[in-house]
Design a protein. Structure first.
Length: 345
């Protein structure tokens, strides 16, 4: 029903318009008595065999919602009803910012993909933290942090420290985003020196807290093998707890969408099916190169149940979806969890 009736209607409008309508509908709809319970009944799938421990946290199942969907921590509790075991909010920055000019989100339907250059549009970390403090917390929450666009790279460390401190008490784990392709010059912070400086500082701050919470690094799918080796070395040297592989890609290789259309869209991070094989290869490399020691959350191109299973077989302990949720609809989480149970993964 979603694929043949609802999705074609939704896709008549621009992606960002539909996203805002969906968020507003969820916020209002879940205030109606019985709606939350009905959604849980239709889309939830709880089985003891799906539970797993990861970095000291107990997850009801391995499927989470990737960062970018609930940027401002507005619907985390509601999305738990769709079967997600964890929600990653953000990316949030120290100060509110509007992001890049519109249009900044595009569908490549024939490729089952999206291109976005949102640019960390968000209401600021303090507002997100305040919302989380008031929430009922039915689900594990991750906090994805970044720097403001106008902050020069030589001052980026202070942005990450501020966002980290503001969000720390309200989330279960934190993600350092140095790999988003939609912030000008952010990729410069992915070099070994800058990454280690930021992670070392955040890990030291974490060590001063009463409660230790995991810190993960989100990496780009466009890293070379040498850069992946650097990421492995950084993991061991900084005290980082895990890696999220991967962010969106700047590559436009092997697309079926007409080249003229792709050029007209311009810059932005590509997500969806074209990213699937690349992110799975990186997960497998990280696990094999580290002898299975690096905890990995797999994300990127999970557009089918089999894509999800491949990420888990490659070594991911957990997975996150975003574009696949848009293309497949709310039943997608349940479908993945049923397959994971069936395969015994």
């Amino acid at each position: 029903m979603y694929r043949f009736l609802i999705r074609p209607l939704l896709f008549l409008w621009p992606p960002e318009t539909i996203h805002h309508l969906l968020m507003a509908s969820i916020r209002r709809g879940f205030k109606i008595p019985g709606v939350a319970r009905l959604v849980s009944f239709l889309f939830g799938y709880r089985r003891p065999s799906l539970q797993r421990e990861f970095l000291g946290m107990r997850f009801d199942n391995p499927v989470g919602l990737a960062a970018g969907f609930d940027k401002n921590a507005q619907v985390a509790d509601a999305f738990a009803r769709f079967g997600f075991a964890f929600i990653e909010i953000g990316t949030v920055t120290p100060r509110p910012q509007p992001g890049n000019p519109r249009p900044r989100s595009f569908r490549l339907v024939s490729d089952r993909a999206l291109v976005n250059r949102m640019g960390f549009n968000n209401e600021g970390v303090e507002k997100a933290a305040a919302r989380l403090e008031k929430s009922r917390r039915r689900v594990i929450i991750g906090g994805n942090i970044g720097k403001n666009t106008l902050t020069p790279n030589h001052e980026a460390l202070q942005d990450y420290v501020f966002a980290f401190e503001q969000l720390y008490s309200q989330v279960d784990y934190l993600v350092v985003n140095l790999s988003c392709p939609n912030i000008e010059n952010l990729s410069e912070l992915q070099d070994k020196k800058h990454t280690m400086t930021i992670l070392n500082r955040l890990c030291r701050l974490r060590d001063q807290k009463k409660e230790r919470k995991p810190i993960l690094l989100k990496i780009s799918p466009d890293l070379t093998t040498e850069q992946l080796d650097d990421a492995i070395e950084i993991f061991y040297k900084t005290g980082t707890d895990g890696i999220i592989a991967t962010n969106t890609t700047t590559s436009r290789e092997n697309l079926t969408t007409h080249e003229k259309r792709v050029r007209a869209i311009g810059k932005g991070g590509l997500s969806g099916k074209p990213l699937s094989e690349r992110s799975t290869r990186m997960i497998r490399y990280l696990k094999e190169k580290s002898g299975g020691e690096i905890p990995v959350i797999g994300v990127g191109g999970i557009m089918s149940v089999e894509d999800a299973l491949e990420k888990l077989r490659a070594g991911a302990s957990l997975i996150q979806i975003y574009t696949g949720f848009i293309y497949n609809g709310p039943a997608f989480v349940r479908q993945i969890n049923r397959a994971v149970e069936r395969e015994g993964l």
